[in-house]
Design a protein around this ligand. Structure first.
Ligand SMILES: NC(=O)c1ccc[n+]([C@@H]2O[C@H](COP(=O)([O-])OP(=O)(O)OC[C@H]3O[C@@H](n4cnc5c(N)ncnc54)[C@H](OP(=O)(O)O)[C@@H]3O)[C@@H](O)[C@H]2O)c1
Length: 282
């Protein structure tokens, strides 16, 4: 039995689907059972909230593996969560982290690295799935694409290797279920297979959806203001704007082979992913 935290999210929902397809037993953790009512197969629903420790303690009991993502708990509260997992029977923890964890001087990197350190120190068997730029971040452009025909870009001509949620999930599922293979290694850097700039990504979205899109260059401060305006808490807006700085400095302009190792085939291309999301992006 595997417990999936963030089971209704971009990556967690794919982890659930792939585990079910592999006939694994799955327990999904969600604050809202109606979000998973469509799921069929060997599945249990654990309604809970990471902010309510007793709900997680019940959900983690007796599982052999936990897919965990960054959530609302920090510091001592996160340490207690991991202690609960350990007390429940030493499950393997696969933590959805970020490439920026290699750069803990960035705020996002620090937030994830701190959690990796807590998991490592707990002695639980673990893997850290350090993912790169999610293709699903494209949805954050939708509002200004629709209202102004614009994508605001704080990363200039710097490149990332955008990665599809199903490919991140493929690596996580291997790490959960086949820990004795290379996919069970402690740190798995997970990227897509091609390096793209934001203008190149926007060009692909424009071509697939048929919408003209202009890319407008902004600096990190302007990006932070935009994120605040979009409703992000100030701490998060600062953290995300910090990521743009790191990208601009070329820190994540590389391709790794973790997805290919896990799937045995090439990562999903950005063009194919956009095509698969054409209705939502149009
Ligand atoms: N965006 C990127 O480029 C990027 C890159 C690398 C790593 N990451 C990591 O990926 C994470 C986002 O992953 P995602 O896009 O798959 O997530 P997502 O789609 O934003 O979904 C968030 C999930 O978190 C769950 N959740 C939120 N608060 C919760 C709480 N208090 N208790 C229990 N569950 C809670 C939600 O579950 P319910 O609503 O069902 O309860 C939902 O399933 C980021 O936080 C970051 O750590 C992101």
């Amino acid at each position: 039995m595997y417990l999936i935290v963030g089971a209704t999210g971009n990556v967690g929902s794919e982890v659930v689907g792939q585990l079910l397809a592999a006939q694994k037993q799955v327990r999904v953790f969600t604050r809202d059972a109606s979000k998973v009512s469509h799921l069929k197969g060997p599945i249990e629903v654990a309604v809970g909230d990471l902010m309510q420790a007793d709900t997680f303690a019940r959900a983690v009991a007796g599982v052999e593996g936990v897919f965990l993502m960054n959530g609302p708990l920090e510091g001592e509260a996160f340490r207690r969560l991991i202690a609960q997992a350990k007390a429940s029977g030493n499950p393997r923890v696969v933590f959805l982290s970020t490439l920026f964890a290699a750069y803990p001087d960035s705020l996002v990197g620090e937030l994830h690295k701190d959690k990796e350190d807590v998991i490592r120190a707990s002695g639980l068997p673990h893997s850290f799935v350090r993912a790169g730029n999610f293709m699903t971040n494209t949805f954050q452009w939708l509002e200004t694409i629709k209202s102004e025909g614009v994508v605001y870009n704080a990363t200039g001509d710097a490149k990332t290797a955008p990665v599809a949620p199903q490919d991140i999930a493929a690596v996580a599922v291997q790490a959960l279920t086949k820990p004795d293979t290379p996919e069970g290694f402690e740190v798995l850097e997970v990227t897509g297979g091609e390096l793209l700039t934001v203008p190149e990504q926007a060009g692909i979205v424009s071509r697939v959806t048929g919408r003209p899109i202009r890319v407008v260059e902004i600096n990190s401060e302007q990006a932070e203001q935009g994120l605040l305006k979009a409703g992000l808490p100030s701490f998060m807006a600062k953290a995300v704007a910090g990521c743009y700085e790191e990208i601009r400095n070329g820190k994540v302009a590389f391709v790794r082979d973790a997805v290919q190792n896990a799937k045995g085939s090439l990562p999903v291309t950005y063009a194919d992913w956009v095509e698969s999301q054409r209705t939502q992006l149009a």
